[in-house]
Design a protein around this ligand. Structure first.
Ligand SMILES: Cc1ncc(C[n+]2csc(CCO)c2C)c(N)n1
Length: 234
């Protein structure tokens, strides 16, 4: 069995839970509360900044130009293209994108970001791939299922979001999967177990990201500092 098949076996139930999550189902139905959309974009803008940094750390773990290009292409993609689905959500929420940038992260997304950056910094090339792999894999899975089930057209409120993730060939993601499969062929058992854990945790964090966005779940108390300033404010 390929290593990536084992990853899928470990986490298929989490992919299923992501699909059934009310945020994803709400995208399909074209109905999501404004508060959920706003929370999602606020979190995701910062999450994507962290993803860019994690991939940049990935470059420092490479010994070949080919691997460097793989990370560089994702950085390009996140910087230049992944603003499209955000614009779609902002339009539906009736809020300017710029207004949702620069906020402090809520607990689960903060955990996701710190988890990703920590393991990218201290880990191997395989660790960087494993800790960032749930991100494209979950979105491709959800996007493809939405495409099939909803068959959205221009009149669907989240047509752009669904098509962005479900309607494009994810050659880039398969590069990471193939590379991790290749690394796994010669990796120590202990290292492979670590990659499985990192990927499984990434899938759980993807689920929590949808769940907390839907409920706009934030810190239990206002992030007010003595002196009255809010660190949550821009
Ligand atoms: C929480 C969260 N997870 C995944 C994505 C989707 N995504 C982010 S970067 C990227 C390319 C990296 O391989 C993809 C597919 C998102 N927007 N937000």
């Amino acid at each position: 069995m390929k290593f990536s098949e084992l990853l899928w076996q470990d986490t298929e139930h989490i992919f299923e839970a992501c699909w059934e999550n009310p945020f994803v189902q709400g995208i399909g139905k074209g109905e999501l509360p404004k508060a959920s959309l706003v929370h999602y974009v606020k979190q995701d803008f910062e999450y994507l900044n962290a993803m860019i940094k994690a991939k940049a750390i990935g470059v420092t773990k490479c010994t070949s130009r080919e691997d460097m290009i793989m990370f560089k292409d994702t950085i390009d993609f996140v910087l230049n293209s992944e603003t499209h689905p955000h614009h779609n959500l902002c339009e539906q929420a009736g809020v300017a994108y710029e207004e949702l940038q620069g906020y402090a992260l809520a607990p689960a997304s903060q955990h996701y970001v710190l988890h990703m950056l920590h393991h990218a910094e201290k880990g191997t090339l395989g660790d960087v791939i494993a800790v960032t792999l749930a991100c494209p894999w979950v979105y491709l899975n959800v996007g493809e299922r939405l495409m099939k089930e909803v068959e959205p057209d221009g009149s669907h409120p989240f047509n752009d979001w669904i098509r962005f993730y479900g309607d494009r060939e994810e050659r880039e993601m398969y590069k990471y999967i193939d590379r991790l499969d290749e690394l796994a062929e010669t990796a120590a058992e202990e290292e492979k177990q670590r990659w499985r854990t990192l990927f499984m945790e990434g899938c759980q964090l993807e689920y929590m990201f949808f769940e907390d966005a839907y409920h706009a779940k934030d810190w239990p108390f206002a992030r007010t500092l003595t002196g009255g300033e809010k660190s949550n404010a821009k």
